[in-house]
Design a protein around this ligand. Structure first.
Ligand code: AMP
Length: 469
């Protein structure tokens, strides 16, 4: 299971320069959303220049690269594969040239009808360079731009693509941002020194010392040119379907999404977890890093001491060579070590955000037991993950999801915990503060906000999108 991508678009007024540097810093702030590949496209006054490569932002760019990307407008992307293979062809921004110009595309999300759309395009003679759904979007958009003016072309595109999309385009010297009518993946607008930006999360705006203006609305198109911003509401749905997992795990705790600070949401989840699943223990401890804020909430509500018992090594890069089987224990310890004196003889409440396959919880319960824990009570800040995500998370298949096949008691036995408690759906929704009808909880319920072949999309959950004139 990997998280999806991060996108950014920046347009400074014409006298300003150095959009690439600002995009580069923003991508650093969004690195948690994808570590597989990174890229930046800028418009240098004549054409679009792109640099993208596999790796972390720090590995892909250096001063010389950034200096070559001259211009006051551009977009950027960090990628974790959700659709298409992990290879340079699928990295973004993806550039498509056509007779009237060129367009670079950066996408966070996943289309559920890209196979059909691609087949139709291929039958009509289109040739694809990558296997990602982003290229399908780019081809469709270019075709619409040949026939319609901008807002109409974007509306026509939205009518064809189904799924989640927070898109940022560089179209000549114009930045466009388009959010799907259900607002599944996040996208926000910021005001920065001499211009505007759009980004997956507000932390990118903070990094540039900018001001969060607001979220891009579901179904809205934002157009930024020469430091000026315009908005077109192209579609409206009966109900939005914001991804619940952004609140549980993906987004950084310092991001503000839909007016909510993610940190506060997670503290609330932890506190609801403590209310719903108390445990007789003396220490609350997180599985770092994603369990930290949840554990703070659990500690605040229960009054049980908060103490860190596990230390994560944050410097294990992608290039880390996995040791052979008999060094596996070393590898695990290298990534995460126990603070033995905080554990020995203690009854622990171990807090994490989610159990996917059960591997992490099981391994860590085992580690803290070896370090002398007397009891280990596992508490999870999401309800059981029962179903795959088709809308932007590269989650495990249904076969691999432990909660799809086992009861809570069954999972408890597999991870060898003394007790296991998941926050309830109500506890989670209450903590987020958005009505459940306005959230996508497909991975927790198996009910999706868009029709997906072989899956349930209950009538009452179906959000009809109306395309406004
Ligand atoms: P598992 O070991 O398969 O049960 O996965 C659960 C662990 O993966 C938890 O510690 C989560 O913090 C972490 N996790 C949850 N969602 C993701 C994701 N999308 N990408 C990477 N790790 C994740």
């Amino acid at each position: 299971m990997h998280d999806a991508c991060g996108v950014v678009g920046i347009s400074l007024n014409e006298t300003a320069n150095g959009a690439a540097k600002s995009i580069y810093y923003s991508l650093y702030a969004l690195q948690h959303r994808g570590q597989e590949a990174a890229g930046i496209s800028v418009h240098d006054g004549k054409s679009i220049r792109t640099h993208r490569a596999m790796g972390l932002v720090s590995e892909v760019f250096d001063d010389a690269q950034i200096a070559l990307l001259r211009g006051h407008v551009g977009i950027g992307h960090v990628r974790y594969a959700t659709s298409g293979r992990s290879c340079i062809e699928n990295s973004q921004p993806l550039l498509v040239k056509y007779k009237d110009g060129a367009i670079a595309t950066a996408h966070n999300g996943n289309l559920v009808n890209s196979t059909q759309l691609r087949e139709q395009l291929e039958e009509a003679g289109d040739i694809f360079y990558s296997t990602s759904d982003t290229e399908v979007i780019a081809h469709l958009f270019v075709k619409e731009l040949l026939h319609y003016d901008l807002p109409e072309a974007a509306r026509a595109l939205m009518r064809k693509i189904v799924g989640s999309y927070s898109l940022v385009f560089l179209w000549g010297d114009t930045v466009l941002a388009l959010r799907d009518p259900l607002g599944i993946k996040p996208l926000c607008i910021g005001e920065i020194d001499s211009g505007f930006m759009v980004a997956s999360e507000s932390v990118a705006i903070d990094t540039l010392n900018g001001k969060l203006v607001r979220d891009v609305k579901p179904g809205e198109l934002i157009v930024i040119r020469n430091g000026e911003m315009k908005s077109y509401q192209l579609a409206r749905s009966t109900r939005p379907a914001h991804c619940i997992f952004e609140y549980i795990y993906f987004a950084r705790p310092d991001s503000i999404m839909d007016g909510r600070l993610i940190y506060d949401v997670r503290v609330n989840i932890g506190s609801n977890l403590a209310r719903e699943h108390p445990a007789c223990a003396d220490t609350v401890t997180p599985i770092p890093d994603s369990g930290i804020t949840l554990a703070v909430g659990y500690h605040q509500h229960s009054g049980i001491s908060y103490r860190e018992c596990l230390m994560k090594n944050r410097y294990i890069g992608r290039t880390f060579i996995m040791p052979d089987q008999n060094m596996r224990e070393t590898a695990v310890r290298l990534k995460m070590n126990t603070i033995r004196p905080n554990i020995e003889g203690h009854k622990l409440i171990l807090v994490d955000d989610s159990i996917v396959r059960g591997t992490t919880s099981r391994r860590i319960v085992n580690m803290v037991r070896k370090a002398g824990a007397q009891e280990v009570h596992v508490r999870i800040g999401s309800p059981p993950i029962l179903a795959p995500c088709y809308l932007g998370i590269d989650m495990a298949s249904r076969d691999e999801l432990i909660a799809a096949h086992k009861t809570v008691a069954g999972v408890e036995a597999v991870i060898e915990a003394d007790s296991l408690g998941y926050v309830s759906h109500e506890g989670l929704v209450d903590a987020v503060g958005i009505p459940k009808e306005n959230l996508c909880m497909g991975c927790l319920t198996g009910l999706y906000p868009v029709p997906i072949p072989g899956e349930k999309c209950l009538a009452e959950q179906t959000r009809l999108s109306e395309y406004l004139d």
